[in-house]
Design a protein around this ligand. Structure first.
Ligand code: C2E
Ligand code: MG
Ligand code: MG
Length: 928
């Protein structure tokens, strides 16, 4: 009953308070109370205290006491209206004994006694619960409307007789109809739209629902006829429901159009099939790792092949990483890779795993995968087993760093060791020990006895060396020994004399025996030089002075070499200004056709006094000052100028490579200089190549790396020169922008007779091909070498066999001809009968000079001339006077002609300044 009516009904019984039926009040479902004129509660029923949770006693208080502070004013207003005879209906928040406020609907009606107002009746009903229910209803309705908007979802309710009572708009869409059209359809019409084959089952379904009304719901999948699309799959969930106060139950149905879902499902299935078959057949090893879950969530068959045997039938792939599979030393690298991936970097990591007692090298390329919010949660990795590659690399390192016969560290390794000693020891001495017999043995007894000779001599020395010393091989039967903390003359003398004692020990090979003749050269650190190269050079100079079974300690007194060096050092500054530098071009050709495919620009210096100076003599000198920068830039400019001229002349140009020292790349911005010079001469970057020497600083220095990257990005090709002299590995090099590898000349020299060289060259070619690099074989001199290289599929050759470096004009003619024929140079037969002598310079360009002597070998003597071999590069012109010292006799001569022999040796022909001395040479040659 509405609240106000209830109270009015109550009051109809009489206006007087005494008239109210006590029983009626107490049993009334609402809270009823009375207030006096001041607003104090005077009476109340149990419902009131039940509703508010107070005792009757507690409620006998002023009504304001229970009203929410914000509602106080309005409640008082209502009360005053009642006191003036009006009935008031209002809501107010009343405090429950537990502290919460209840929202009550209150009706106040004045109480009259004898025509006067004496108080007020109050009746209150809790609105909180009904409000909550209303809110819930609203939410449910809202949810329902929301559900109805879902694509493919439809709602419908039917009466027990099967008539459509209400439906969502989407219900009509299931049949391809407008909602209005739906209304005209009968129950039977709707049923007819079920696929005939499903009719029976659907009727049974309805029957089941009807007879089992207690079921919360029942599902069925059936097909409904759509006006345009024909029969469509529909999922249907129905239940009978009888609402309170409703006379009949309703059949409520939720329908879901499955057609779209099914076609997506099919697509997904097909994709999944494709993916699975890829996973099964892919030989590439790929896996995906979920970093957050520590779990491999995908891997290909190729992955299993790599970890073959580790993935047991019952084992999860994830498990294999947890078994300490990765070697402890490599673990930090792998850990670090996770950090890089989490920072969104694609990461390459190589590590070793131990499996079946063998070590395997694994290379992974990991690509981070992010979730939609951008956080990395997984990575995908392509894996390779690079064990073989690493083994090859190790083999190459061994071959490249150790002498093949003696197994001793080679020159490169020794130099490296010396560099370490320079940093470690305050003093040490360097001994070069030569037996100087190998060439003869090779010549007379063959290479196999020669190899045995090397083993024997190496072993002989090894047994006599203290453990603290370091022993290496230089070349032929020349060795090098380092002694720490020994520089005192007496100590060196003692060591040398002891070693010379070895010459008294017979060396027996097969049925042959020799008493070795040993010569020793000594240099000291830091007294004679402070770099490894220079120390070896000094020891070699000293060795050159020592006779058989003798030793010689390096003396820095001026000799011809140092004098010359000094002179060149002084004049190099003016070389560019005086136009003394020029370039020669050595063609690079196709190994099969001889077609010119490129050329190398090689610098030369025509010195006014010392004649033609080879680059190896002055480039290192230039690097001791800033001069090398000017020279490098000069070479670049001269090359571009020439290319430009050739383009203008219509010549069939080929790319030209220039040699650039790593030092030049450290200084300034060489890439920018290149760009500017190319632009100035209108030369395309593809016509220029940079040859850079393989040195250890090359890849340690970030500036050099940066320069190489920029040059490469500009389109200039980068070639690594003299590969094999140093110790880079190709697999390491592939990280740098290197396009071409030039195999050092020493490999061509020993290619035919040395099996190890062959396997190194083969491996280099194989790996270069793997990494997409070109290979040029340098220093090819014979047809035999060419044939061999052709067999190894080496396509590019640079060497005297095709062409020596050519002056510009000759090179232009050669370019025009486009092809070069291989021609073996005539080898100049050197005279075996030579006599030891020495020379010094006494006058140069009208100046008297005092320098020490340098050893030479006199080879020929005529009435007018004397010839000798020397490694020295001496000037040949009118202005120079030498003194030849033969058997302690000084013989003044002037060099008139020189021939450069291929092994770095020079042969000089000199005229006597005093012809009467010619017999001295004659006699010496005859008695030798
Ligand atoms: P490289 O770059 O390895 O040049 C090849 C050297 O091998 C050249 O010597 C060339 O004449 C020589 N060669 C080529 N084919 C044969 C052969 O079949 N047999 C023999 N015995 N030798 C052959 P070159 O001209 O004396 O140059 C020596 C080195 O000087 C060059 O070696 C290069 O490192 C350096 N160099 C030359 N020009 C420049 C330059 O402009 N700048 C710099 N920084 N270095 C240069
Ligand atoms: Mg070069
Ligand atoms: Mg080279």
């Amino acid at each position: 009953m509405p609240l106000k009516k209830g109270l009015q009904a109550l009051l109809k019984r009489g206006q007087d308070v005494s008239v109210i039926d006590e029983h009626f009040v107490e049993n009334h479902p609402d809270a009823i109370y009375t207030l006096d004129l001041l607003g104090r509660v005077t009476r109340l029923n149990d419902k009131t205290s039940l509703l508010l949770g107070y005792t009757r006693q507690d409620l006998m208080n002023h009504f304001k006491h229970f009203v929410h502070p914000d509602d106080q004013d309005s409640t008082v207003d209502h009360f005053q209206q009642v006191m003036q005879g009006k009935s008031e209906t209002y809501t107010a928040r009343i405090r429950h004994s537990k502290g919460q406020y209840l929202e009550l609907m209150i009706v106040n009606i004045p109480i009259f006694a004898n025509g006067l107002i004496v108080g007020a009746y109050g009746i209150a009903r809790d609105l909180t619960t009904s409000r909550l229910m209303k809110q819930q209803m609203d939410s449910i309705q809202f949810d329902q409307q929301l559900v109805e908007t879902l694509p493919g979802i439809a709602l419908a309710a039917f009466s027990e007789e099967g008539h459509l009572v209400r439906s969502s708009e989407s219900f009509a869409e299931l049949f391809g109809l407008q909602p209005a059209q739906l209304k005209t359809l009968s129950n039977q019409d709707l049923l007819q739209r079920i696929h005939p084959a499903d009719q029976q089952e659907f009727r049974e379904y309805l029957e089941l629902l009807k007879t089992n009304r207690c079921l919360s719901s029942l599902d069925i999948e059936t097909r409904l006829l759509h006006r345009q699309h024909g029969y469509q799959d529909v999922f249907c969930r129905c239940a009978f429901h009888q609402a309170e106060h409703q006379p009949q139950a309703e059949l409520t149905c939720v329908l879901y159009n499955l057609s779209e879902h099914k076609s997506l499902d099919k697509q997904l299935h097909a994709e999944k099939e494709k993916f699975l078959s890829f996973q099964q057949v892919s030989t590439s090893a790929i896996y995906r790792y979920d970093i957050t879950q520590h779990k491999i969530d995908f891997h290909t068959r190729g992955f299993e092949n790599i970890f073959d045997g580790l993935l047991h039938r019952h084992e999860q792939v994830d498990g294999i990483w947890e078994k300490g599979l990765i070697l402890a030393e490599d673990q930090p690298k792998v850990e670090a890779s996770y950090e890089r991936i989490l920072a969104h970097h694609e990461t390459e990591v190589s590590y070793r795993i131990q499996h079946d007692g063998a070590i395997h090298w694994i290379l992974e390329n990991r690509t981070p995968i992010s979730n939609p919010s951008g956080a990395v949660f997984a990575f995908q990795s392509v894996i390779q087993d690079i064990t073989q590659l690493k083994q090859q690399e190790e083999k190459i390192f061994q071959l490249a760093m150790h002498d093949r016969v003696t197994g001793l560290p080679n020159r490169t390794l020794v130099l490296e060791q010396m560099a370490q000693w320079i940093a470690t020891y305050s003093t040490f001495s360097v001994l070069t020990v030569s037996y100087n017999t190998l060439q003869d043995i090779n010549h007379d007894f063959g290479y196999s006895i020669g190899d045995k000779w090397l083993s024997k001599t190496a072993t002989q020395l090894l047994y006599h060396l203290p453990t603290a010393s370091y022993f290496g091989h230089l070349y032929g039967d020349e060795y090098i020994i380092l002694f720490p903390n020994v520089v005192a003359e007496c100590s060196i003398n003692k060591i040398c004399e002891e070693l010379l004692e070895l010459s008294k020990q017979k060396i027996i090979i097969d049925s042959y025996e020799w008493y070795p003749s040993i010569a020793i050269g000594v240099s000291r650190f830091p007294e004679d030089a402070d770099s490894a190269e220079e120390l070896v050079k000094a020891a070699s100079i000293a060795l050159g002075r020592a006779r058989a079974n003798d030793y010689s300690v390096y003396s820095s007194t001026f000799n011809i070499e140092t004098y010359r060096r000094h002179q060149l050092q002084k004049s190099i500054r003016t070389s560019i200004r005086r136009n003394e530098l020029f370039l020669e071009y050595q063609p690079k050709v196709n190994a099969w056709s001889g077609t010119i495919i490129g050329a190398e620009a090689l610098i030369r210096w025509q010195h006014p006094v010392w004649g033609r100076i080879p680059p190896n003599d002055f480039i290192p000198l230039s690097e001791e000052s800033e001069m090398h920068i000017l020279i490098a830039d000069w070479v670049l400019e001269e090359t571009c100028r020439n290319i430009n001229q050739w383009i203008l002349a219509g010549l069939p140009i080929v790319p030209i490579s220039i040699n650039v020292s790593p030092k030049r790349l450290i200084h300034g911005n060489f890439a920018e200089t290149c760009q500017e010079t190319l632009n100035r001469f209108g030369v395309s970057p593809s016509m220029l190549e940079i040859e850079i020497l393989e040195t250890d600083v090359l890849f340690d220095n970030s500036k050099i790396q940066q320069s190489l990257q920029t040059l490469s990005q500009m389109g200039i090709k980068i070639a690594l020169d003299d590969f094999g002299k140093g110790y880079s590995s190709i697999s390491y090099l592939q990280q740098y922008p290197i396009d071409t590898i030039k195999i050092d000349r020493q490999f061509a020299t020993t290619l035919i007779q040395d099996k190890k060289t062959q396997s190194v060259v083969r491996s280099v070619l194989f790996m270069a091909k793997e990494f997409g690099m070109d290979v040029v074989a340098e220093g090819v001199e014979t047809m035999e070498q060419l044939h061999f290289l052709r067999q190894l599929h080496c396509t590019t050759i640079q060497g005297y066999l095709f062409s020596k470096p050519l002056p510009k004009a000759d090179f232009e003619r050669t370019m025009q001809a486009r092809q070069i024929r291989a021609t073996e140079a005539m080898t100049i037969a050197t005279n075996n009968r030579t006599i030891d002598a020495s020379i010094t310079i006494q006058r140069l360009n009208g100046q008297d000079i005092t320098v020490g002597r340098t050893d030479i070998s006199v080879s020929k003597g005529t009435m007018h001339s004397v010839s000798f071999y020397s490694t020295l590069h001496l000037p040949v012109h009118e202005g120079i006077e030498l003194v030849l010292i033969l058997n302690q006799q000084p013989i003044p001569v002037r060099p008139t002609q020189t021939i450069e022999l291929d092994n770095g040796l020079m042969e000089y022909e000199c005229q006597y300044l005093d012809l009467t001395q010619s017999h001295l040479v004659f006699q010496a040659l005859q008695s030798s």
